[in-house]
Design a protein around this ligand. Structure first.
Ligand SMILES: [Zn+2]
Length: 944
């Protein structure tokens, strides 16, 4: 039940029979108790250089019992030395090498226990004495230590090391760059296999074998560089580890924050409903290790604010320590502990949220892993379970009514049911069948299983938070979760955040709201429209073309028309293009339909340079572009990274779920004050403070532009879990993030001043006018988002330039569309939305109507695509029209604004279906030479 969660937590702190209770918790609730409890901390954290402190003097000043943790590399002998020293100074200290000394501490026969700081040590985990243990003292930062070689035989470790050595003067050659690229494109599984090969555990073949050999050639070079560096500088410091020479052997030392959290947690325990105040002191021997340790620790314990020991008021701390153990405060200033279920869509998002509050506990359910963490919000502490829905839970059924729409006493009702997905072919369907309708496989995942798991979780908690994505689709998923969980819990809150960061999440948690019915309705209407148009159109197209895989859709079909029209225009305007590559990546082009003329220009330029004559110059202020919205991000992702629209959206979704960018489905260019601060912070850090020029880019609405959530320019610098040294980003994640980052930072920088020349370019038989930027007078934002210039031209009235290359290609005056052009057009004609841009293009490709050229991603219609486009234009001109599609979006806006009921919208949609059916009849009758019967329309209406 709900109450028992809190009660069990409190009972577990009495210090008796706790083993059984923890077992009960784990068995009944699936809780990993230890891991979560560690984050409920109430600890004053102090640091000091070890050499400035006499351990005995320090301990004599402290109140209550103390645990001393000796850093692992110093070993048990150091622990013994310390114990003997403390004894010699009259302190009752003992080595904690068995359970016996723990009893001495309990009975007051010992005041100090000394041990080595390891994660599974007796001192670290086996002691729960809130009234006896006041302090933990760390002799050296807890750390791991291992051979540098084993770090470098991990491909990600090598990649990280290459990045670090390059910052210290190691020249990255072609071979190193090749390896870095190759590693970043390997899947995590393949990386593991390669690592096995490098360490001699597995025999590799083919590409991986080649990669292994090339890697083995580089490792000694990196080893040598680091070895020399350590010999000269004493140590090699990176942002996550340091390398030192330990008796002729190079070892890497990595702070062990998990052990620190566990061990220091011994001085702050749950006692009579609140946490006792602990004091934890880290005495460090190496400032660099301390710095890395503190940065990593902040990822887990966000409240970590260490002070210097020499400046701390120990007496005051001791007074508070005593008070927190007196039990007098109970009932006054106590945190309320509540349990909560937080539902999101994806496992990645669940993990990102869980990790913001410390290393999460895991809970293994039949379908997936849920995460457990502790979230403090004001006086409330949530013991939270974070679970994903794995996408949509419900979809329109096909079995009932007209494509899932039924008519009853209350009017039209869309009927929803659980979603089934085929593990083998990926097909998604709603029919209740044992075998996949497409491939016949019986390996099917039913969202019913997820619903059952969520129900089990919902039953155990005080509150359910619906934390799905901030748009109509997310609202609908939240609504579905509410529908299926309603019988199992009575408290539901919707929280909406545009970035998966601690700040964004806590703000949302502080301001929960009810589910927005109008947004849910808009999404339902969109889905019904998709279904109706899709099914009806497919049925008709199948009959007409005699093919079974043809389909169509609301936005998809006008987009197909554009692509077909553009292609036909392209064919009509074919000719020849002379491409002249100038130095500095600059290109001039000349198009003509006259083959002879084109060949003459080619001949002239292969014998003569291009003569440029200055006509006039102009100095212009160029402003940076606004930050990305969905359509502009798609355009650049497609054009510059040569990715498909779907791939761009998937990468952006992952970056969002990993907490690295704001929500990627947005129409807004607006930058919040948080965003402006991030740009400022970054520009200050790179010494470009003078270039800061904050811009809000439009009024604040519910959404924001797509921007980074951290002032970090390179994903390689993003700290991942802290448990893994290296992150998992692919080359594409990095490139897309780079685009987003540059575009955003540039949008917060001063304009550039550029001198542009208008030139007459003499190409022999013909001349053309071209505008070329020749000089950047004030760099402004171009320092981050560069523009191409030809500086050689500056100050010259006339110049001869030898082209690097001239070629003649068959081309057209009209360029074929790329997906990028089509998306821009959808935005311009207002027929798409951030949620549909990519789908409209991808669906045409999936249906085999359109293919993309390999190199430039030009969209070319297939024969089938042209047939479908013609058929739709001929018989259903309205459906394919931009007007009808825009009207549909307007309809959805009205529903979203509450100006039109869901029911009325559905009635309007059904009339479209009637038109399609009626159109079909009209066509048949026309072919059969019959007149039009008025009843036909009426009949169709009854059917619907
Ligand atoms: Zn299948």
């Amino acid at each position: 039940g709900l109450e028992s969660v809190g009660q069990l937590l409190i009972a577990s702190a009495t210090g008796r029979a706790k083993g059984t209770r923890i077992k009960v918790l784990r068995e009944l609730l699936g809780f990993e108790v230890g891991s979560i409890m560690d984050y409920l901390r109430n600890i004053v954290e102090l640091v000091s250089p070890a050499e400035e402190v006499d351990l005995a003097d320090l301990i004599k000043r402290l109140e209550g019992g103390t645990l001393v943790f000796v850093s692992k590399e110093l070993g048990i002998s150091e622990a013994k030395r310390i114990t003997e020293y403390l004894n010699s100074r009259g302190i009752k200290a003992a080595i904690a090498n068995s359970r016996k000394p723990l009893e001495w501490l309990r009975e007051g026969k010992a005041d100090v226990l000394v041990g080595v700081s390891t994660y599974y040590g007796i001192l670290t985990r086996g002691i729960d004495e809130p009234l006896r243990i006041y302090n933990t003292v760390f002799w050296g930062v807890p750390k791991f230590e291992f051979n540098l070689e084993s770090l470098l035989t991990n491909p990600r470790g090598l990649a990280k090391a290459l990045y670090e050595v390059s910052k210290k003067g190691y020249e990255l050659g072609e071979e190193e760059k090749y390896l870095l690229r190759a590693f970043s494109r390997l899947s995590p599984g393949k990386l593991k296999v390669l690592q096995g090969g490098l360490r001699g555990y597995v025999e590799l073949e083919g590409y991986l074998k080649e990669l292994k050999e090339r890697t083995e050639a580089i490792i000694p070079k990196v080893m040598n560089f680091i070895s020399r560096y350590v010999a000269e500088n004493g140590k090699f410091v990176t942002d996550s580890y340091i390398v030192v020479d330990k008796g002729g052997r190079l070892v890497a030392r990595i702070p062990d924050v998990m052990t620190y959290i566990q061990a220091s947690g011994r001085c702050s325990r749950l006692y009579k409903g609140s946490m006792t105040l602990g004091l934890s002191i880290v005495l460090y021997h190496d400032k660099d290790i301390l710095r890395i340790f503190q940065r990593k620790l902040k990822n887990y314990v966000s409240a970590y604010e260490p002070k210097e020991l020499s400046k701390a008021d120990l007496e005051k701390i001791e007074e508070q320590q005593r008070a927190s153990r007196s039990g007098k405060e109970i009932g006054r200033d106590v945190n309320r502990i509540k349990s909560a279920l937080i539902v999101v869509e994806s496992p990645t998002k669940a993990r990102t949220i869980a990790k913001m509050f410390g290393y999460p506990g895991k809970r293994y359910l039949t379908e997936y892993i849920a995460y457990e963490t502790v979230i403090s919000l004001g006086k409330t502490v949530y013991v939270a379970t974070i679970a994903p829905t794995l996408g949509h839970l419900l979809d329109l059924t096909v079995n009932e009514g007209l494509h899932g729409i039924t008519k009853n006493m209350r009017g039209l009702t869309p009927m929803y049911t659980t979603i089934k997905r085929c593990y083998d072919c990926g097909y998604q369907f709603t029919e209740d069948v044992d075998k996949c309708p497409r491939c016949g496989s019986s390996r099917i995942r039913n969202s019913k299983r997820v619903i059952e798991a969520l129900r089990k979780l919902a039953q155990e908690v005080d509150e359910v938070f619906l934390a799905t994505d901030p748009d109509d689709e997310g609202e609908k998923i939240a609504y579905d979760v509410y529908l299926v969980l309603r019988p199992y819990n009575s408290s539901f809150k919707r929280i909406e955040f545009h970035e998966v960061t601690r700040k964004g999440f806590l703000k949302a948690l502080k301001h929960p709201r009810a589910i927005n019915d109008r947004r849910v309705s808009a999404q339902i209407v969109r889905r019904v429209d998709d279904r109706l148009i899709g099914f009806e159109l497919s049925t008709v197209l199948k009959e007409r073309l005699g093919k079974y895989w043809v389909g169509g859709g609301r936005v998809q079909t006008p987009v197909l028309r554009w692509i077909v029209d553009r292609y036909q225009e392209y064919l009509r305007s074919r000719g020849f293009l002379v491409v002249i590559k100038l130095p500095g990546r600059y290109r001039l082009t000349y198009f003509t339909k006259d083959k002879e003329e084109a060949e003459e220009v080619l001949k002239h330029l292969s014998e003569n340079p291009v003569k440029l004559t200055l006509l006039k110059t102009e100095v212009r202020d160029i402003n940076p572009k606004p930050p990305y919205t969905t359509d502009t991000l798609l355009s650049d992702g497609i054009r510059r990274l040569k990715l498909s629209p779907g791939k761009v959206m998937r990468l952006a979704q992952e970056l969002f779920e990993l907490g690295l960018i704001t929500y990627h489905r947005t129409d807004s260019t607006h930058v919040s004050s948080t965003g402006i601060e991030i740009a400022k912070e970054y520009l200050k850090a790179v010494g470009k403070e003078a270039e800061i020029h904050p811009r809000g880019w439009g009024a604040e609405g519910t959404h924001e532009c797509i921007r980074p959530t951290k002032p970090v320019s390179n994903l390689d610098d993003v700290e991942d879990s802290g448990f893994t040294l290296f992150n998992n980003f692919t080359w594409y994640h990095k490139r897309l993030y780079d685009l987003i980052f540059r575009r955003f930072i540039a949008s917060q920088m001063r304009p550039a001043k550029v001198e542009e020349g208008l030139y007459l370019a003499d190409l022999g038989r013909v001349s053309i006018e071209v505008k070329i930027p020749v000089r950047i007078i004030e760099a402004g934002f171009t320092q981050i988002d560069p523009i191409l210039t030809l500086p050689n031209l500056y100050g010259k009235e006339e110049i001869l330039i030898q082209p690097e290359e001239v070629k003649l290609i068959k081309a057209s005056e009209v360029r074929l569309f790329t997906a990028s052009d089509v998306i821009r057009l959808m935005k311009e004609k207002e027929i798409g939305r951030p949620s549909t841009y990519a789908k409209a293009v991808e669906n045409n490709m999936r249906h085999g109507y359109v293919i993309a050229s390999k190199r430039l991603l030009y969209l070319i219609p297939t024969k089938l695509g042209m047939e479908v486009a013609d058929l739709v234009s001929k018989y259903y001109p309205e459906l394919a029209s931009i007007k009808a599609t825009r009207e549909m979006e307007d309809l959805l806006d009205l529903v979203r604004e509450g100006k039109l009921s869901r029911h009325t919208a559905l009635v309007l949609l059904l009339s479209d279906v009637i038109r399609i059916r009626y159109g079909e009849r009209l066509m048949k009758m026309h072919e059969e030479g019959e007149g039009i019967k008025v009843e036909a329309a009426g009949e169709a209406a009854t059917e619907a």
